[in-house]
Design a protein around this ligand. Structure first.
Ligand code: M6R
Length: 611
């Protein structure tokens, strides 16, 4: 939550910072601010609201400088207003700080600092950092920052700009992401490479407990004990178009359409000509994976839904007993984790605080960790024993779409791999799975381009955007699809929605059904098709409005449905990847009809880096 940027170099810093913040707005968007240094003067501009408000203010009254820092906020401590927007200054107005994370002991520190005579301007936890740096400011900025950070408990990524040090900006991290972009005669710092990858593709990932000093032509990293650190560069492979809207009105719609390419990238190099070749780094050799007796998945939100599907796959395909936790619950249930457990955190961002904390807990208890992440070099990826990257490309819209289908693809790959390794899969069965897996990008493309699906989604958007509630029902491997459909709808359109296993309907939710309730029934051909068809009739009998997802060529469902989304024939285990598309489009159109901001729904942030 919150996006931070820093720039030092040869360009006018303000446009660079604003452009960077624009790409980071997915991390928070309730207020924004920048500070720049020029001619010995530190200038600050902050505004409540979206970045566009700050942008407008800077257009009418510009600031200039060749170095600066910026922030886009998702409020944790203090209202989202101008005073609480970052950067935050010390008493002298020389030191400015942007911060992503939470200073947990800020109450105690603030009281002490006030007793020492410091004056606070905001209600934020962040402001203590600027005042602490001020306390230790004796001319050496790195030392002052290091001493200040020693007093801070919690998580942070910070960028610091000091009026008396016009040749440098400083960054430091513990628990929140911070990446360095290395240019020629210019350097960048940001929460995410997206903020600077149009300027440079050369990056350095900082580790927790490190401070970086950026000068125009030099980068120095040291740890919190003051020891220099050597770090190798990484090269980002994305092309710029991945981070642009490319003619679509919203990132979300673009990312829905990108799903076939995204899952193609997940499969690339791992499944070629229906042959599987997966291998993991040393720490997770195939002989070690063979000895795994149990799997624990943990994740949040949409990634949790992918994990739920992972459980079905792992038990069915690899015959591996599996359980799934919501990351925020895992640690607090004091889980028993045996040494032969494989923990699988799933996270698009690789920075979700609860998933990271669960990973650490599982590791400490002796589990091996294989994470499924999208963002290369993210904290979860780096702290895992090994990682299966999804390579979906940057996902910018807050609602997750292509990250989800590529997580499912990674799970298909992994379940077949483990099934083969453990001898749970016969050669014929394996071939059949791989054939189906290889055909997924093409089938997904077919669904996305299907005019009928698009029209039904648009029409339902028009008809039902004023509905107060929605119910989503699914069975088996599509029970998590029902949860995902409901989550997409809630976060995008603010319509209350519940996802249920259809078998649970008679245990309570059936009481909700009346002629005003749209019920989305996920009923492709499956083992439980007949049961689902009965559930649809039960909804019908209570005059619910039925929107079904069914297999092409199924005439029966249409008889009892008001609207049907037809998807191509696919085996049950692979159906969630196709089923989700109409659900994504439905949520999108319902939100658009209500005038909601689909890329940046209210109160949300793309990456939840605080608990
Ligand atoms: O980055 P992560 O995959 O760890 O994020 C997990 C959730 O925060 C995320 O999936 C969230 O639920 C999405 N906004 C849902 O669309």
């Amino acid at each position: 939550m919150c996006g931070i940027v820093g720039y030092i170099g040869k360009r006018d810093a303000v446009p660079v910072l604003l452009k960077g913040l624009k790409t980071l707005e997915y991390r928070g968007y309730d207020s924004a601010g920048i500070a720049v240094l020029s001619g010995g003067k530190l200038s600050l501009r902050k505004r409540q609201g979206k970045l566009s408000v700050l942008d407008a203010s800077l257009r009418s009254d510009p600031l200039q400088g060749l170095l600066g820092i910026g922030h886009t906020r998702w409020a944790t401590h203090g209202l989202p207003n101008e005073k609480n927007a970052h950067p935050h200054l010390d008493c002298s107005g020389k030191i400015s700080v942007v911060h992503n994370g939470i200073v947990e002991n800020f109450g105690t520190l603030k009281t002490q600092l006030i007793q020492q005579g410091h004056t606070f301007r905001s209600q934020t936890d962040t402001e203590v950092i600027s005042h602490l740096i001020e306390c230790y400011d004796e001319g050496d900025l790195v030392q002052a920052v290091r001493r200040a950070l020693k007093e801070i408990e919690g998580t942070y990524a910070i960028v610091v700009l000091h009026k008396n040090h016009p040749d440098q900006i400083l960054g430091a991290r513990k628990g929140s992401p911070l990446v360095v972009g290395v240019g020629g005669g210019e350097q960048f710092l940001a929460s995410d490479v997206l903020a600077f990858f149009t300027y440079t593709k050369k990056v350095l990932y900082l580790d927790d407990g490190e401070i970086v000093t950026l000068r125009k032509n030099r980068i120095a990293i040291q740890n919190f004990r003051g020891k220099p650190v050597h770090r190798n560069f990484h090269r980002i492979e994305w092309n710029v178009s991945l981070a642009e809207k490319g003619g679509f009105p919203h990132y979300m719609l673009k990312e829905i359409h990108e799903q076939p390419q995204a899952i193609h990238r997940t499969l690339a190099g791992r499944l070629e000509e229906e042959k599987l070749s997966l291998s993991f780094e040393k720490k997770l050799s195939s002989s070690l994976l063979k000895r795994i007796r149990r799997v624990i998945f943990f994740s949040c939100g949409t990634a949790w839904h992918a994990s739920l599907i992972g459980k079905y796959l792992f038990e069915r395909v690899a015959q591996l007993p599996s359980e799934v936790d919501i990351s925020s619950e895992f640690r607090y249930r004091h889980p028993i984790v045996a040494k032969d457990t494989l923990a699988i955190p799933i996270s698009q961002s690789g920075e979700t605080a609860d998933t990271l904390a669960s990973l650490r807990e599982a590791k400490e208890k002796g589990a091996k960790v294989l994470s499924i992440c999208n963002v290369v070099g993210s904290t979860i990826a780096r702290e895992s024993d090994t990682v299966l990257y999804t390579h979906a490309g940057p996902e910018i819209a807050v609602p997750s779409t292509k990250a989800y289908t590529s997580q499912l693809t990674a799970l298909y790959l992994l379940s077949v791999y483990l099934g083969r390794l453990r001898g749970a899969l016969g050669a014929k069965e394996e071939r059949a799975y791989l054939k189906e897996l290889a055909s997924l990008p093409r089938r997904l493309e077919e669904v996305i381009k299907d005019r009928h699906i698009q029209e039904v989604a648009r029409e339902c958007g028009k008809r039902y955007h004023t509905a107060a509630n929605f119910l989503f029902l699914g069975r088996g491997v599509n029970f998590p699809s029902a949860l995902e459909g409901a989550l997409k709808l809630k976060e995008l359109s603010y319509i209350h929605a519940e996802g249920y296993g259809a078998g649970e309907m008679k245990h309570g939710p059936i009481a909700l059904i009346n002629e005003k309730l749209p019920v989305v029934c996920i009923a492709p051909r499956s083992e439980t098709y007949d049961k689902m068809a009965s559930n649809i009739q039960e909804v019908r009998a209570r005059r619910g409005i039925i929107l079904s997802v069914a297999t092409k060529g199924d005439p029966a469902i249409a008889k009892y449905s008001d609207h049907v989304f037809y998807i191509p024939e696919v085996s049950e285990l692979f159906s969630p990847i196709l089923v989700v598309v109409p659900l994504q489009l439905l949520a999108y159109h319902l939100a658009i009809e209500s005038g909601c901001n689909v890329d940046q729904p209210r109160n949300l942030a793309k990456s939840v880096t605080v608990e």
